[in-house]
Each structure stands twice: as structure tokens, then as C-alpha cells.
Write a protein that binds this ligand. Structure first.
Ligand code: UDP
Ligand code: MN
Length: 295
């Protein structure tokens, strides 16, 4: 039996609503060894989740970074698609971080949805741009998000929503299964294997994707703060984790188990073919042209 999150527990206590039981699916793992649910299509009643979180007063901050060429390449499509699929029916506050605020085009937002553009410094190396997001997110939760939102979700910008990404994804601490690794044996997971790095782990539970993570503002603050600290410690020791912030995120989730895990339906790469377990595409990787983006 999987453990339910606090929102579900409260409703269960109040109404003893048995419909909140997550269904199982025979073809995939739907529960971790520590009894956290892994959310797949077919396991939940979407309308019920919408109702519960509205009743609970959940509200979601979405953080996304569009620095340098990533702004023109991805931001508009990301935001427009999010307006069609991300947490519809709940209040959503976008936090867009960029080095060029004047270049952010205004987009049409639904009711109860707002967008803030916040200027950030542009680090020279893409690895630093990626890693330093942890610091910016943590600071913004402290100064702003925690006063306005119950939950935070953090996304890479090089993706497009193509299906519902709803409140069934909300929990205290939410991790994303990496599309390329969820069916591979653990020994192939690309954790950081350098004992000198703070991100070093010998083994783990899953390989999580840093392109999507979230949770309550409190848990995301703890996560981003811890990852930032480890990243800075590595810098002082002149080491860098194999996959940067993703390596640190995987270390963090090994020690602090996520309370909810999203199936790869929530961050899929369509170059992977013939997967009958993927019943719906909710968020897709956008095409990447690294040679143009990272020079
Ligand atoms: N990013 C950015 N500008 C850059 C590099 C990275 O805005 O020059 C942000 C952007 O949100 C991007 C994220 O950092 O999605 C992570 O980098 P990237 O997507 O290139 O990493 P990958 O998905 O290839 O591991
Ligand atoms: Mn990316």
C-alpha cells in the first residue's frame, strides 16, 4: 500500500473518500520500497485531484530559466504550452529568470495565473548556469514564493507540455524518473562516482531527471539549499560532479527520499520508440542543438 500525501490524507480524514486510493498498474512499478507512489496514467482520477487541491487551497509557483540563447529558442513555446496543460484550475505564479528581461514577450495568461520576470546574472559556463539555478530558486522561495504559494515546481525550459500535468503531481517532495534510465539496471545509472565530489554515491534508488522537480515550498527550499551548498563545496575542492546539478539532486534524493515520483510520462523523449508503458505524453523534450546553444 502506498502512502498518500498530506492533501489526500486530510480529505480522507474528513470525508473518508476511498476514491483517492491510487490504482495499481500491472506493467509498471507504481510504488517504491519506502511506499511513495510513482504516478502513471490510469492510476488516479484527475477530476478528484483537481477538486481536492482546490479545496486545499493549493497554489503553485513554476520556476524556469531562460538565459542567453535559450530565451529565443524555447521560452515562448514552453510558457504557451504550460498555459494549456500545467495545473489548470489552480493559481499558478510563473517565475521566469533571465539575463535579458526586455526580451521576454508578453503571453496571454489564464485567470489566477501571473508571471514575473526576474533578472539574473549570466554565468559564462553552461554548467554554472545550470548549477546556479539551485541558489536562485532557494533565494526566491525565501524572499517571495513562500508568501504566495504552497508548492513549487522547477523546470528546464527546453521542453513543451503536450498533456495534462495536474495536481496529481503535487506532493511534499517530488522527483522525476529519467526517461532514458527507468528501465535500465542500476549499474548503468550515471551517478557521480568520484569520492571527492559531494555528489558521490555508490548506489541509489532510481536515476532522477533534474529537468523536473518540485514539492512544498519548504521541501524545495531545503533541496535547493542543500544542492547549492554541495555545489559550492565541490568548487572549493576543485571538483565538478559528472552531471552537475543533476548529480547533486540524485545524491539528495538518495538521502532524503521523495514522497512522490513522476513516471517518465511527465518528461518524455520521443526519440525513445516502442514503449507501451508510456500511455500519454505530458511534457516532451524539445529538440536540442547544442552546437548553436552552447557557444
Ligand atoms: N539554461 C539556460 N541557458 C543556458 C544553459 C542552460 O537558460 O545557456 C537553463 C535552461 O532552463 C535549461 C537548463 O538551464 O533548460 C538546463 O540546461 P540544459 O537544458 O542545456 O541541460 P540538459 O537538459 O541538456 O542536461
Ligand atoms: Mn534541458
Amino acid at each position: 500500500r502506498c502512502t498518500l500525501g498530506s492533501a489526500e490524507m486530510l480529505i480522507l480524514d474528513n470525508a473518508a473518500d476511498a476514491r483517492l486510493d491510487l490504482q495499481s498498474r500491472p506493467d509498471v512499478q507504481t510504488c517504491t520500497s519506502w511506499r511513495a507512489p510513482i504516478i502513471w496514467e490510469g492510476m488516479f482520477d484527475p477530476d478528484l485531484y483537481d477538486q481536492i487541491h482546490r479545496k486545499q487551497g493549493s497554489s503553485v509557483a513554476l520556476t524556469v530559466f531562460a538565459i542567453g540563447r535559450y530565451l529565443d529558442a524555447y521560452l515562448e513555446a514552453f510558457l504557451n504550452s504550460s498555459e494549456h496543460h500545467f495545473m489548470l484550475g489552480l493559481p499558478v505564479s510563473y517565475y521566469v529568470f533571465t539575463d535579458t528581461p526586455e526580451k521576454v514577450k508578453s503571453i496571454k495568461l489564464g485567470p489566477q495565473r501571473s508571471l514575473r520576470v526576474i533578472q539574473v546574472q549570466r554565468h559564462t559556463r553552461w554548467q554554472d548556469i545550470s548549477m546556479m539555478r539551485m541558489k536562485t530558486i532557494s533565494d526566491t522561495i525565501e524572499s517571495d514564493i513562500r508568501h504566495h504559494c504552497t508548492h513549487v515546481f522547477c523546470f528546464d525550459v527546453d521542453q513543451v507540455f503536450t498533456g495534462r500535468f495536474g495536481p496529481e503531481a503535487l506532493g511534499d517532495s517530488v522527483a522525476q524518473l529519467h526517461a532514458h534510465y527507468y528501465r535500465l539496471p542500476k549499474k548503468l545509472f550515471t551517478y557521480d562516482r568520484n569520492p571527492k565530489s559531494q555528489a558521490f554515491i555508490e548506489t541509489g534508488d532510481f536515476y532522477y531527471h533534474a529537468a523536473v522537480f518540485g514539492g512544498s515550498w519548504k521541501d524545495v527550499k531545503a533541496l535547493t539549499e542543500a544542492c547549492y551548498k554541495s555545489i559550492m563545496e565541490d568548487k572549493q575542492n576543485n571538483v565538478e560532479a559528472l552531471w552537475h546539478d543533476e548529480s547533486h539532486l540524485n545524491k539528495y534524493f538518495w538521502i532524503h527520499k521523495p514522497s512522490r515520483i513522476l513516471s517518465p510520462e511527465y518528461c518524455w523523449d520521443t526519440s525513445i520508440r516502442n514503449r507501451t508503458d508510456i500511455r500519454v505524453f505530458r511534457l516532451l523534450w524539445a529538440p536540442k542543438h547544442y552546437n548553436k546553444l552552447r557557444t
